[in-house]
Design a protein around this ligand. Sequence first.
Ligand SMILES: NC(=O)c1ccc[n+]([C@@H]2O[C@H](COP(=O)([O-])OP(=O)(O)OC[C@H]3O[C@@H](n4cnc5c(N)ncnc54)[C@H](OP(=O)(O)O)[C@@H]3O)[C@@H](O)[C@H]2O)c1
Length: 254
Amino acid sequence: MTNSKNNPKTETVFITGASSGLGQQMAIEFARRGYQLALTARRLENLEQLKAKLEAEYQTAVLIRALDVTEFDDVKAALEEARQHFGSLDKIIANAGIGYSQRIGKLSFEKVKATIDTNVLGCMATIDAAVSLFKAQGFGHIIAVSSVAGYRGLPGGGAYGASKAAVSHYVEALRAELYFKPIDVTLLCPGYIDTPINQAARSRPFCIPVEKGGRLLVDLIERKVKRSTVPRWPWALVVRLLAWLPVALIARMA
Ligand SMILES: NC(=O)c1ccc[n+]([C@@H]2O[C@H](COP(=O)([O-])OP(=O)(O)OC[C@H]3O[C@@H](n4cnc5c(N)ncnc54)[C@H](OP(=O)(O)O)[C@@H]3O)[C@@H](O)[C@H]2O)c1
């Protein structure tokens, strides 16, 4: 078995939700930097196109597989298949997510449940499987894509914000549990980055292009930062201010 930890040029990254937006852009950025990739999502046709592009432009090895992260047992199987294919995995990114903007009571409960199933349980299933795999392997780096929305519940973002708060708490617990183990943990909390998840939003403050977002995310992952908003500024300040804003002001702004 090849231990790719010894050769950074052949490190392998596993990504959920790689068919669009940030997952796709991180895949492009990692390929550009010489990584091998295991890419998953439900839309296999998108992954096929991405694989063809990455192999042609960057001559990198790309494994693709259809994966719905709400099929919790299949998440573990997908990770194990990728490990067997490449010999080992270096980074596993729990990125798949959905988001609906609608007030509580107006958003159908079906969508509330889908948000929790995908963003919380799908992410937890990915992280749980990654922990088992990395403990057996003896090294690894777990990355979770949460959101600035997880810092405070805001009107229109109840289910989404709750799902991201749950992810952030889970990852902080994980960080403490793995403190004495050779496994790194990174929690990334993007602000608005221009992808399909938010393209219908009425307002997207401080929104940045997806290419820049992908670059920033991969920079932070390579530096193995513990936790960061993305971009760091102004969001590191905004999330702190948000915590202090009186609810009356938030209600008026909404
Ligand atoms: N863009 C932003 O401003 C922003 C800000 C904060 C956080 N985030 C987070 O960043 C992550 C990526 O979002 P994005 O902005 O790239 O949105 P996006 O373009 O809509 O991409 C979402 C990705 O998640 C995948 N996905 C959704 N449900 C899935 C499921 N059940 N199983 C497997 N994959 C699933 C989608 O693939 P398939 O549909 O093919 O399965 C797609 O690849 C999400 O966790 C999101 O909450 C984004």
